[in-house]
Design a protein around this ligand. Structure first.
Ligand SMILES: Cc1cc2nc3c(=O)[nH]c(=O)nc-3n(C[C@H](O)[C@H](O)[C@H](O)COP(=O)(O)OP(=O)(O)OC[C@H]3O[C@@H](n4cnc5c(N)ncnc54)[C@H](O)[C@@H]3O)c2cc1C
Length: 656
């Protein structure tokens, strides 16, 4: 047994597939000859716990490099109801995990690598470098290769997390039933049971095969139930059989991003490094390819991070979303995929090695509607920001003829205010109770008007203080809406809300100064650059938040528009639209229902606004700046109780 005083060059935590493939790649390059190696695994790895399959071109190096562990290869395929086809210049290969583990044990014995059956409790680092903790002992080394399964935290609101679960039997039939050169990939002739379910048949002789029931589903398959399904399938297809071995397993299919190791000498491997392709569960060949890359740069410090191309992450998430929300669509989608594409083309697509043009040609042949619904479900924020970008560009073009720009803004502004701008703030009376309670209405209106009047009083008596208050709670409220959309902390939400507000005002300093002068009687100048907003851009890009990036794009464009149009785009196209989505989604009500509920207060707001502008000196002036000031005061008084109500609404759902 190791002692805490001992230190190693490399410690491998976990001795599964990824570690084995990396050790093979390093050994082939003789990169471990002079090194002290420790391999730790809580399991003795003496059982065949998994069967790994992958496809490859006949001349691909993987077939040569893994020759010693590949147990079988198939050259013909039967897939998703299609008749049997010869794979053109490709094979589907199988590696039994036990063969892989034994291969590594043999290498370890030859090369003096130390293997210990222990559970590692923690992997960490300090100023002296990385370490691994086992039974309270700290083992130090130059680099840790960590392949413990990733801890899947609770998926975020926009994440999709499914399980691919298997129940497989290695069977021996009484008479020859199989063609050893042909395997079956997705036989959907099993009950779907509200999931996407199919069977793999991987024969190794005329009488022997691994027959595996596979489920893509929200829940893991119940092994007893799965075995009954499998037994019925096997009995129907092959009659009585002898079951030689059983295999159960589960692969996460997740759009969630995995955390990084936090130290440049702690390298995550395999599933922990995000190498499982979310939409298929395949990882073996990616792990092989990653190991080759890692071995090639073994002596360099940077961790060869595995990065999926954004468009493939997008496709994966769409498919996962469909499989989660509309599992009955899985069978027709896969059947159509293989009916319109050769298996080799599908494999190339799954390997993420197809050209964009071919990908698009392939995707347009799939059933459109589930994909469109999935885009609406998971990418609505990006689509929304793209729509606002589109309108921002339209207004910029209209700017060549200012009267057209003004007319366009007036039409869209009134429409937008009537559809969501005012209604999103006119349903505060149902946010608490879920529906209109006539008995509670007088008290609600009294309290609401009371808060609005208090603020109006503040504006009247202390206009500068009123303005400050208005800016602070607007920043809070705008930030809170976006924070809810993107699941941010309160601090980040407030900082974002403040930077957006400063940007809108600061990039229109002449107009905002004039309005502020009218509102507070004070002149105003901003010492901070409003373009500080773009410090958020690298954060948005790092977090791959495309909706956020698009929002920054159209905000920057809006700096060339008049203040009222830029603010209108933000208020209606971004803030109110988001608030509307939160209200309808959380109350589980349709937009029409919520809009009807908003009508009394919404109409009341128009009447109040009209009256306010009518009675306010200069309120109906033709100079937009003249009425902008009273309009903002009116908006601030009306929005103050709304900000309060929305805060309570969001808090209630956060704490639920
Ligand atoms: C049943 C099944 C079948 C699959 N079939 C395929 C396939 O056909 N093709 C394909 O491409 N992909 C397949 N996959 C997906 C993927 O290839 C595998 O999940 C693969 O095993 C991932 O490799 P890994 O090294 O990340 O994890 P593993 O191979 O699971 O290795 C992790 C190792 O870490 C050990 N460990 C865990 N915690 C600790 C600890 N605290 N201390 C010490 N050791 C620890 C475990 O005992 C294990 O040996 C399959 C997955 C499953 C589950």
């Amino acid at each position: 047994m190791f002692s805490h005083s001992e230190s190693y060059d490399f410690v491998f935590v976990g001795a599964g597939a990824s570690t084995s493939l990396l050790l093979m790649a390093l050994h082939r390059r003789q990169l471990l000859s002079e090194c002290k190696i420790l391999i730790l695994d809580g399991d003795s790895k003496l059982k065949n716990d998994k069967t790994y399959c992958f496809w490859a071109q006949k001349d691909e190096a993987i077939l040569e490099h893994l020759e010693g562990v590949i147990g079988h290869q198939w050259s013909d395929i039967e897939v998703a109801g299609q008749s049997s086809k010869r794979l053109d210049n490709q094979v589907y290969a199988r590696v039994s995990s036990l063969q892989l583990y034994e291969y590594i044990r043999t290498l370890a014995a030859k090369e003096n690598w130390e293997i210990q059956k222990v559970d590692v409790s923690t992997v960490g680092s300090d100023s002296l470098g990385p370490w691994v903790e086992v039974d309270g002992q700290c083992i130090r080394c130059k680099r840790v290769l960590d392949s413990r399964p990733p801890g899947w935290q609770t998926p975020g609101r926009n994440d999709v997390h499914l399980w691919q679960s298997f129940a497989g039997w290695h069977i021996r039939t009484l008479k020859p039933c199989f063609e050893p050169s042909r395997f079956t990939m997705m036989d959907f002739e099993v009950p779907q049971e509200g999931n996407t379910q199919f069977v793999y048949v991987l024969p190794t002789s005329e009488n022997e095969a691994l027959v595996e029931l596979t489920r893509f589903g929200k829940e893991r398959i119940n092994s007893e139930h799965a075995e009954n399904e499998l037994a019925a399938y096997i009995l129907q297809q092959y009659g009585q059989v002898h079951v030689q071995e059983k295999e159960f397993g589960c692969i996460p299919m997740s759009s969630m991003r995995l955390p990084e190791s936090g130290h440049q000498q702690i390298w995550n491997l395999g599933a922990r490094a995000g190498l499982i392709k979310p939409s298929t569960g395949y990882a073996f060949k990616s792990m092989y390819e990653w190991s080759e890359r890692a071995a090639n740069q073994w002596l360099l410090t940077p961790y060869p991070a595995f990065k999926r191309k954004p468009r493939h992450a997008f496709y994966d998430k769409l498919l996962l979303g469909i499989l989660q929300q509309e599992p009955e669509q899985g069978k027709p989608i896969f059947e159509r995929l293989f009916a319109t594409q050769s298996p080799e083309a599908v494999f190339r697509f799954l390997d993420e090695k197809m050209s964009l043009r071919n990908e698009l040609q392939m995707l347009v042949r799939l059933p459109w509607s589930p994909f469109m619904r999935a885009i609406g479900r998971y990418h609505s924020n990006t689509l929304q920001a793209m729509v606002v970008t589109f309108f921002t560009l339209i207004f910029l073009v209209l700017g060549w003829v200012p009267s057209w720009q003004g007319l366009g803004a007036a039409i869209l502004g009134v429409l937008g205010l009537a559809l969501i701008g005012l209604p999103h703030g006119a349903v505060d009376h149902i946010l608490e109770t879920g529906s209109l309670r006539p008995s509670k209405l007088p008290a609600f209106i009294g309290e609401y008007m009371g808060k609005a009047l208090v603020l109006a009083g503040v504006w009247y008596l202390f206009p500068v203080f009123g303005l400050g208050l208005f800016l602070i709670y607007s920043a809070w409220h705008f930030g809170q809406g976006d924070g809810e959309t993107w699941a941010w902390s309160a601090g980040r939400s407030l900082a974002w809300g403040a930077s957006v507000l400063l940007f809108l005002l600061g990039t229109h300093s002449e107009e905002s100064s004039a309005i502020i002068q009218l509102l507070s009687g004070e002149s105003w100048s901003l010492s901070l650059s409003p373009w500080l907003l773009f410090l958020w851009l690298p954060v948005a890009m790092k977090e791959r938040n495309s909706a956020w990036v698009w929002t920054l794009v159209w905000l920057s464009l809006s700096s060339w528009l008049p203040l009222l149009i830029a603010f209108g785009l933000y208020f209606i196209g971004h803030h109110s639209w988001n608030g509307w989505k939160h209200i309808t989604q959380r109350m589980k009500r349709s937009s029409t229902w919520v809009w009807k509920q908003s009508l009394p207060f919404h109409l009341g707001a128009w009447v109040l606004l009209g009256a306010f502008l009518w009675f306010w000196p200069n309120g109906h002036s033709e100079d937009a700046l003249q009425w902008a000031a009273p309009f903002f005061i009116f908006l601030s008084c009306l929005s103050f109780p709304h900000v309060w109500a929305m805060h309570r609404f969001y808090s209630r759902f956060r704490n639920a």
